[in-house]
Design a protein around this ligand. Structure first.
Ligand SMILES: NC(=O)C1=CN([C@@H]2O[C@H](COP(=O)(O)OP(=O)(O)OC[C@H]3O[C@@H](n4cnc5c(N)ncnc54)[C@H](O)[C@@H]3O)[C@@H](O)[C@H]2O)C=CC1
Ligand SMILES: O=C(O)[C@@H]1CCC=N1
Length: 264
């Protein structure tokens, strides 16, 4: 990226903020001295060579791009004037027009990464306000590519939906794995073996989907067409409402995203 770009992460000591900051440095989006992190209580220990501050306005003033990564409930009291600079929010729920008004800028990107940013494998959908030009878009893409794959979407309702589907997404295979683990242990399998079996299945399944690079339904159908044990399990899970449980869960997450934006 151009040498002149400086990035600030507000909430840089948090779960997501730290993951984004690490990826930005690891992928050389900016050098250490061109990144600033802000924190509320404890200076983030894992970034000894990165300028850190408790003064968010100072961070904004020394940055060209301001990433806002505080919890939605903490955002209304975050009084930062961006003076027209590019603001990238990764917060659930908070809408473009709210961000623009609150931070005094027409250049706003609303993005929703996920927890896999920690390992550089996030899926990050995003949407831009009217004041965002092509240069801003390429800066945003470069940042998002540092921690995974991105897509620009055209409607804010898509962001609220995707906040459930992909923003919360890494939790769902983990939930499935936990259910498999419980069943295995209930069947008397030693915990170590159950954990290795379940985790290896989840990791292998992800790699298989990546390798085949096709619609997941095609992968499921190839198992169903085999007409063996796997098909028996899939049909029983479907009969017990797996698909409606997933649909209900995604709908609950999306509604929660919308309600988290009802803050100001
Ligand atoms: N954790 C995740 O997987 C994802 C989180 N998000 C969004 O990212 C945002 C951050 O989430 P997490 O990192 O998980 O939460 P977190 O609670 O781990 O981190 C938030 C950080 O912001 C700090 N903070 C709060 N007010 C501050 C202020 N005024 N100045 C400086 N720092 C301040 C807190 O001390 C904390 O360290 C949230 O808005 C969340 O909706 C989005 C997608 C995925
Ligand atoms: O659970 C949450 O509220 C955050 C936002 C999206 C994913 N994690």
């Amino acid at each position: 990226m151009q040498d002149s770009i400086r990035i600030g992460v507000i909430g840089g000591g948090g779960w997501l903020g730290k993951a984004l900051a690490s990826a930005i440095l690891n992928k050389d989006v900016v050098e250490h001295e061109a990144l600033t992190l802000s924190y509320r209580h404890e200076r983030p220990a894992s970034f000894p060579n990165v300028p850190c501050t408790q003064d968010n306005q100072e961070l904004a003033d020394r940055s060209d791009v301001i990433i806002v990564s505080v919890r939605p409930a903490d955002w209304p009291s975050l009084l930062v004037d961006a003076h027209g600079k590019l603001v990238i929010s990764v917060m659930a729920g908070i809408r473009l027009h709210q961000l623009a008004a609150h931070h005094q800028t027409s250049r706003v990107v609303r993005a929703i990464p996920n927890a896999a940013a920690e390992v550089g494998r996030s899926y990050t959908p995003w949407i831009a306000s009217g004041g965002v030009d092509e240069t801003d878009r390429s800066i945003a893409r470069r940042i998002f590519h540092a921690f995974g794959v991105e897509d620009e979407v055209i409607g804010e309702s898509d962001i609220d939906y995707l906040t459930g589907l992909s923003g919360s997404g890494p939790a769902f295979p983990a939930l499935f794995a936990a259910a498999m683990m419980k069943d295995a242990v209930d069947h008397g399998l030693p915990i170590d073996i159950a954990r290795r079996a379940v985790n290896t299945v989840l990791i292998g399944s992800g790699a298989l989907l990546e390798h085949r690079d096709e619609c997941p339904n095609n992968v499921v159908n190839s198992f169903l067409n085999y007409r063996g044990t796997t098909a028996a399990a899939i049909e029983a899970m479907r009969a017990f409402g797996l698909e409606s449980a997933v649909s209900e869960g995604l709908s609950a997450a999306s509604k929660k995203s919308v309600s988290m934006g009802d803050v100001s």
